[in-house]
Design a protein around this ligand. Sequence first.
Ligand code: PEP
Length: 249
Amino acid sequence: MRKQIVAGNWKMNNDLSQTEALITDLKAQEKTTNAEVMVAPTAVNLSQACNSVKGSNIEVIAQNMHFAENGAYTGEISADMLKSIGVNTVILGHSERREYFNETDEMLAKKVDAALAKGMRVIFCFGEELADRKAGNEETVVESQIKNALFHLEAAAFQNIVLAYEPVWAIGTGETASPEQAQDMHAFIRKTLADTYGTEVADNMSILYGGSVKPANAEEIFSKPDVDGGLIGGASLKAEDFFAIVNAF
Ligand code: PEP
């Protein structure tokens, strides 16, 4: 079912005590909402965060995982490891992973397969760079990112996938896609899904927007018919701002 989702990506921020303090603040700010609310602390604090969110409706999710089940992959984390501490959703394909850690569509397809095989839910990120948009190639780029990493899947697998359109030029830059740019791209993504998998898969897909979402612009972005929520970076580090965004629905 198509859900409203707001997920905070904390990236490489917050040590253990800061993680606990932010979760305490988030619990104090939490109000009843139809949206699913998620936060992604750094891997080393996931276990403690899972304990700390108890008593709230906040889900703790991971920022990344490896595709292998286990083995000689120094520094990596598997789906089973995440599940064993109560983490059942993972962000894959974030533009920072693609840019700084050379994650390719091919590698991401393997990560998606590994997560789904373990019954995890995937928030799959993609989006064009500024040069692509300036050249008018944003739809071609987005279409190839989605197709290369996801279109080998059966239709049923999409029940466990959430898409997050994040134009790279809007991430952490303060520059946001206009609500119209977000809507146009989300409609294109939904049509791309419908063309291959049919309207049921497309209509049930939650498509999040990410890129400098803040309390001041969330309501207008979320009001667009094909925008089902947001993946929030910087503004997710302050409980008040994060819940102002959640409450923008
Ligand atoms: C992100 O990193 O996914 C993101 C959207 O960051 P920001 O909100 O800071 O642009």
